[in-house]
Design a protein around this ligand. Structure first.
Ligand code: IPE
Ligand code: IPE
Ligand code: MG
Length: 247
């Protein structure tokens, strides 16, 4: 596979995979068909990220708010995740992909949590792409859980309140040890975060694409990466790029 000519490859790309339902609607199909087609797009995105040399790919698979959808749709989505892990885990492992799961775990019922833990455990020593699956994930919930863990340590006398720093908060989030996303892509034309990586996105670049998630292929991924490479990230400082000639 030819590596595309992209000037700057982000270390961490996070994707809000949106528009499965509308993709299906447009074709007169049931929403569930959009979700199954979306799984194909997930596989292609993982392959592309690995080929290009991206180190971390975070995929928003199911939000803590998605439980409010009709029971049948929730059950379809859980079924697809189950199938994805059961069928594709061996292949991901062979491809040296390391899986991390972020999101609330304690309240998960049934076989989903053991499956996610198995995926993490099986691939923990892999050294290729880290695939971060955001499942039952909501950023405010994640921050609240981090605050709760820190305050427990304060109460136990392990941490001084004055020692609480931004790094310490980082280290208590589900994403501990994972660098902040450089690029956040959202498909389907919506331009919002929907409670995704609020803390971690502080200096992320955003690329919003009109395409529905099931249509997101290698070419669209590369298009987003090229837009990212054209951005001037300043982090509050001054541009590191040569000054543009004015006039
Ligand atoms: C994204 O597609 C999949 C999940 C949120 C799990 P949607 O199901 O949100 O599709 P739209 O936004 O209704 O088109
Ligand atoms: C965000 O999409 C969640 C995932 C992609 C898993 P939603 O479709 O749930 O977001 P809203 O409701 O349009 O904000
Ligand atoms: Mg949606």
């Amino acid at each position: 596979m030819l590596t595309p000519d992209i000037a700057i490859i982000p270390e961490h790309v996070a994707i809000i995979m949106d528009g499965n339902g509308r993709w299906a609607n447009k074709r007169g199909l049931a929403r569930t068909m959009g979700h199954s087609k979306g799984v194909e797009a997930v596989k292609e995105a993982v392959r592309t990220a690995g080929d290009i040399g991206i180190k971390y790919l975070t995929l928003f698979a199911f939000s803590s708010e998605n439980w409010s959808r009709p029971e049948a749709e929730v059950s379809d989505l859980l079924g697809l995740l189950r199938r994805f892990i059961r069928r594709d885990l061996a292949e991901l492992h062979r491809e040296n992909v390391r899986i991390r799961v972020i999101g609330e775990r304690e309240k998960l019922r049934g076989d989903i949590l053991p499956l996610l833990l198995e995926a993490e455990e099986t691939t923990r020593n892999n050294t290729g792409l880290t695939l971060v699956i955001a499942f039952n994930y909501g950023s405010r919930d994640e921050i609240a859980r981090a605050v709760s863990r820190i305050t427990q340590k304060v109460k136990a006398g392990l941490i001084e309140p004055g020692a609480i720093s931004s790094e310490m908060i980082d280290a208590h989030l589900d994403t501990a040890g994972i660098p902040d996303p450089d690029l956040i892509i959202r498909t389907s034309g919506e331009e919002r975060l929907s409670n995704f990586l609020l803390w971690q996105a502080a200096y992320a670049e955003f690329v919003f694409m009109p395409d529905y998630w099931p249509d997101f292929d290698r070419a669209l991924f590369i298009e987003a990466l090229k837009i990212y490479a054209s951005r001037d990230r300043r982090f509050g400082g001054l541009s590191a790029r040569p000054a543009a000639v004015v006039g």
